[in-house]
Design a protein around this ligand. Structure first.
Ligand SMILES: Nc1ncnc2c1ncn2[C@@H]1O[C@H](COP(=O)(O)OP(=O)(O)OP(=O)(O)O)[C@@H](O)[C@H]1O
Length: 259
């Protein structure tokens, strides 16, 4: 596509994520977004906000290389994600993590096995599918990760016997067990009641801050975005309407994204 050639090559940078000229459409529908430029510095916690359907999840997936943009480039942890493959791609995956709207645990397996799955990006093979086969260091790491989210006592419980809040904590433990440097969270509290959502968000943010993980998260909760994000990226009409420090963004500016 002509647009692709118009995008300048990405410069070497201290940013963990750089997006230049990103565009995406599905089929013949209008583009979800186009010409998106932004970068995220190491250790930043960025809230991606915007109305339903503005393309937040699509953008997150482009940033992680899960879907290809139609135009533009993404550099993630210094790698051009369109150009790396094989072991280099697996190594990059191992340094990144994803917490989704749905926790996507394997229901019939134990909590501990599900957390061990977070190490699959680093070490593949059936030994990492169930806790009984997993190497001892993997079991120890998974248990330590469960301790951080306060659920070590549920390590042997089946995942389908957890509450929604507990499941999301397990998903966070799974995302953190491999000690990622860059984490994407797509509405991590979407399915939780306000109280559980607040607890999970506070826990998640305290863990990522403590471990120095760079985070890009989406939320429909304006208060969460403003209080947990260092920076706000706001999408509207396929463009970036806000790219500013959270302290400089007023609730009124945020509200204008949803009109
Ligand atoms: N795989 C797909 N095929 C076709 N259209 C898609 C696909 N994924 C997303 N879309 C469309 O792209 C647009 C953006 O969707 P996306 O899920 O990225 O928005 P969002 O901002 O994350 O929405 P929400 O806040 O409701 O979760 C929507 O119009 C959606 O229907």
């Amino acid at each position: 596509m002509a647009l692709d050639h118009a995008v300048p090559r990405l410069a070497a940078t201290a940013s963990d994520l750089q997006a230049r000229g990103l565009a995406k459409r599905f089929g013949t529908a209008a583009p979800v977004f186009s010409g998106l430029d932004f970068s995220i510095r190491q250790g930043d916690c960025v809230a991606l906000v915007g109305a339903n359907g503005t393309g937040k999840s699509t953008l997150l997936r482009c940033c992680l290389g899960l879907i290809a943009p139609d135009a533009g480039q993404v550099s993630l942890l210094g790698e051009d994600i369109a150009r790396i493959a094989g072991p280099a791609r697996r190594a990059l995956r191992a340094r990144t993590g994803l917490v989704g709207q749905k926790h996507n645990l394997v229901p019939r397996l134990s909590v501990l096995s599900n957390v061990i799955h977070g190490l699959l990006g680093q070490s593949s093979g059936p030994r990492y599918w169930v806790q009984g086969l997993a190497p001892e260091p993997a079991r120890r790491a998974a248990l330590a990760s469960l301790e951080k989210v306060g659920l070590a006592h549920l390590a042997l419980r089946r995942a389908d016997q957890l509450s929604g809040g507990q499941s999301q904590r397990v998903a966070i433990a799974r995302a953190l067990v491999g000690k990622p440097r860059f984490l994407v969270a797509d509405e991590p509290c979407a399915s939780l009641d306000p109280q559980a959502g607040e607890e999970v968000m506070a826990l998640f943010m305290s863990l990522v801050k403590r471990e120095g993980v760079t985070v890009l998260f989406t939320s429909h909760n304006v208060q969460h975005a403003l209080s947990y994000g260092d920076r706000i990226l706001g999408l509207q009409g396929g463009r970036i309407a806000i790219d500013a420090a959270a302290r400089d963004v007023t609730p009124q500016t945020m509200a204008a994204l949803y009109v």
